[in-house]
Design a protein around this ligand. Sequence first.
Ligand code: MRU
Length: 371
Amino acid sequence: MVTMVLEAIKYTPQGLYILDQLRLPHESVYIPIANSVDAFNAIRSMTVRGAPAIAIVAALALAVELANTEFPTADEVRRFVSEKLKYLVTSRPTAVNLSDAAGKLENLVNETEGDAKKLVGTYIAAAEKMLVDDVNDNTNIGRNGLEWSKKIIGNDKFSILTICNTGSLATAGYGTALGIIRSIHRDGLLSHAYALETRPYNQGSRLTAYELVHDNIPATLITDSMASVLLKTHPEIKMIVVGADRVAKNGDTANKIGTYQLSIIAKHHGVKFVVAAPTTSIDLRTKSGEDIVIEQRKPEELVTFRGPVIDTEGNVTKEEIKTVHIAAPGIGVWNPAFDVAPAALIDAIVTEKGVVEKDENGEFHLEPFFL
Ligand code: MRU
């Protein structure tokens, strides 16, 4: 029996380690993150990914770096923190959690009075709290999502479709959309979970599938192009639940590429379309999805596959991990990492503080969570 706790981030005051998500599910290897450059590279390369996880790794990497650096004055700490956070925020543009965390930490350090040691201690405590808070927030998102589903869908078992990886690997633990699936499963109401492969980076087949198998949740993997026919042929699927990289003020939600098409087919098939988002993913300064910067990634992600070689019997040989080319050489590639599901197609936004539904005019009001 597998008892290992799934942890993307391992932190003690002595050091920060992240589970190398480029090697999952074939190998489980933790790598050290000693400073902001290590964190930047890990986030850019997607060694760690998922909106909350990248924010926490950035915050904690700087905590480790601060603890190991001598500062003559408090102003030196402030300057260092500001410069490093600005740099870390440029690693990936779409998830707001990273800039949200950076903004909060920078303000805290700027507003704290005292000497260099006091400022460093204050920063470290705040970054450590982000790790703890994220797990609590996700548990609350799970509970709120479960209660909402009971209210709207009822107390009969039902199935759920999800995309990308929004679980323990994308957060400090438990997960957001996958956290809701976990909570519904623990309550005995989950019939089956369906995970989209999530091309081109395969967070669904590599990471969500790994988590579902790990937790013994009844689940099936499908390719992204099977989603519509799955809904047509499996009426027991009552909910699509997705994560968020940035929820705009009007509720438009940027998430993994493929989320937009799920919001459209949910409407066509009368399936509830639910966004699971901690309030750290809500960006009231961005008015609508039109204003969200969508990260474009390298063509190589689309035209290559990476994985272990199989032998002539079809058995995985873990010793040899290879990258193979799968497209016609010379073809042009478009590789946006995210798309935007419009608020009009979203039934509910589940946060740790409660569930937001649209008013009688079809509008979300997210501001009350921040008052
Ligand atoms: O490119 P990724 O793997 O970082 O994309 C992740 C997603 O799109 C997730 O759905 C989102 O960050 C929420 S994770 C709780």
